[in-house]
Design a protein around this ligand. Structure first.
Ligand SMILES: NCc1[nH]cc(CCC(=O)O)c1CC(=O)O
Length: 266
């Protein structure tokens, strides 16, 4: 069990160079420290943890999930020109472009998605400076950083990333950690199983979210939002991983692999 432990701070490549696109940059150095026995438990944002773990490591626990939704800071609606919406996330860009293509922006002149990099403060500074009219960030991240006053709207229309809003614990296989919020664990299991079975990775435009009513919603799209698939299925049994695989199989049967291939090779 965890208790009376010592906290080891590890600065990762992701912390040092936020311009890198690969989310695994926040995870691999902690996994190396786990494998070397330098630490016993690694704490990650679940969203950044690939669905295939190195041999000998496993997810062992999680904290209760924060709200998993994406949050809009700024506005999608500007008079006289399309609003510029900044995001670094292929998933958010693809879903926003799909919405823009559907003419979902009420009022204004629609919006366009632009790539924006840097940490949360950098992105909010770009918004404040008028470089963009809006940015989309995880509600959970904004709340944890005390920047939730910047939020103008929670985007129910976007399907969150698998594990978004969840702090997860990873350890060497067999490590017992008495810290696991069961509803969060169920959601994490279903969402990660879905992404894994889709053959998606962090460079794919894929969302997967187990709603509190036990319905798994998944979204797979081309990066430009020109084509996408959405599916949802309610859990009937008691196996969240089986639900994730079932949704992935339905999406694959509908052609999801072509969209994911496009996402991995933009
Ligand atoms: N890849 C960056 C990252 N990893 C986890 C979060 C947010 C917090 C969370 O999802 O738990 C963020 C920032 C963002 O997406 O806005």
């Amino acid at each position: 069990a965890l208790g009376g432990g010592e906290i080891v701070t590890i600065t990762t490549t992701g912390d040092r160079n936020r311009a890198l696109a690969d989310k695994a940059k926040w995870v691999t150095e902690l996994e190396r420290a786990l494998a070397d026995g330098e630490i016993d438990v690694a704490v990650h944002s679940a969203k950044d943890v690939p669905t295939t773990l190195p041999d000998g490591l496993e997810l062992v626990g999680c904290l209760p999930r924060e709200d998993p939704r994406d949050a809009l800071c700024g506005t999608l609606s500007v008079a006289g020109r399309p609003a510029r919406v900044g995001t670094a996330s292929l998933r958010r860009a693809a879903q926003l472009r799909a919405l823009a293509g559907a003419g979902a922006a009420d009022g204004g002149d629609g919006f366009e998605v632009v790539e924006i990099r840097g940490n949360v403060d950098t992105r909010l500074a770009k918004l404040a400076a008028g470089d963009v009219d809006a940015v989309v960030l995880a509600n959970a991240g904004l709340r944890r950083l005390g920047r939730d006053e910047s939020i103008t709207e929670l985007l129910d229309a976007l399907v969150p990333a698998a594990g978004q809003g969840t702090v997860v614990l990873e350890a060497r296989a067999g490590t017992v950690v008495d810290l696991r919020d069961e509803p969060t664990w169920r959601a994490l299991t279903a969402e990660r199983a879905c992404v894994h079975a889709l053959g998606a990775d962090c460079s794919s435009a894929v969302g997967a979210h187990l709603r509190p009513d036990d319905t798994l919603v998944a979204w797979v799209g081309a990066p430009d939002g020109s084509a996408w698939l959405r599916d949802e299925l309610r859990m009937t049994g008691t196996d969240p991983a089986a639900l994730g695989v079932a949704v992935a199989e339905r999406l694959l049967a509908a052609g999801a692999a072509e969209l994911i291939y496009a996402g991995s090779n933009p």
